[in-house]
Design a protein around this ligand. Structure first.
Ligand SMILES: [Zn+2]
Ligand SMILES: [Zn+2]
Ligand SMILES: [Zn+2]
Length: 163
């Protein structure tokens, strides 16, 4: 099996409005969200979204973001912080798209297949596309979503908007 698959395309390629993109849940997503892991998944998702939206390329980046505690961070610091968090744990690459595991704190790159390898090895199913904040189901090989996750995303996007 080759790990050099190309990423599934997303509607975001044609639409820049993040908050209006929705994906349907797959069987794996539905299963996880109805299990005891639900809270963990929702929490990690919120965290991952915050990171992925930090100074994300292509977004209309305001000069400053206001963080949860009300303090504002300079943009340059956010970019550094983001790059540090999103490094692949195996090869330290921060150039290729990286995925944050939704079920643990693993971060793996796409290009060298480290994200896939982790999903296979640890039996974890979902990775968050760090560049866009979409959830990829490694079993389905496609982007998935859920209204409860979408709700979190929209909430965070709103809270991160510059005042
Ligand atoms: Zn890697
Ligand atoms: Zn994991
Ligand atoms: Zn799936």
């Amino acid at each position: 099996m080759s790990s050099r698959k190309s990423l599934p395309s997303t509607p975001e390629a044609t639409s820049l409005n993040r908050s209006q993109i929705t994906f349907s849940p797959c069987v794996h997503m539905t299963k996880v969200l109805s299990s005891h892991a639900r809270d963990t998944v929702l929490r990690s998702y919120g965290l991952a979204i915050r990171v992925s939206l930090l100074a994300s390329p292509g977004s209309a980046t305001p000069e400053r973001f206001v963080s949860k505690d009300g303090s504002s961070l300079p943009h340059s610091r956010l970019i550094k912080l983001r790059a540090k968090i999103l490094k692949c744990k195996e090869c330290s690459s921060s150039l290729s798209p990286s995925f944050m595991c939704l079920q643990c704190s693993y971060v793996g790159c796409w290009k060298k297949g480290h994200a896939h390898a982790h999903a296979k090895h640890d039996g974890h199913v979902f990775g968050i596309d760090a560049a866009r904040g979409h959830i990829l189901c490694f079993r389905c090989g496609d982007y998935v979503g859920d209204p409860s996750l979408e709700e979190i995303r929209i909430k965070i996007i709103r809270s991160m908007k510059c005042k």
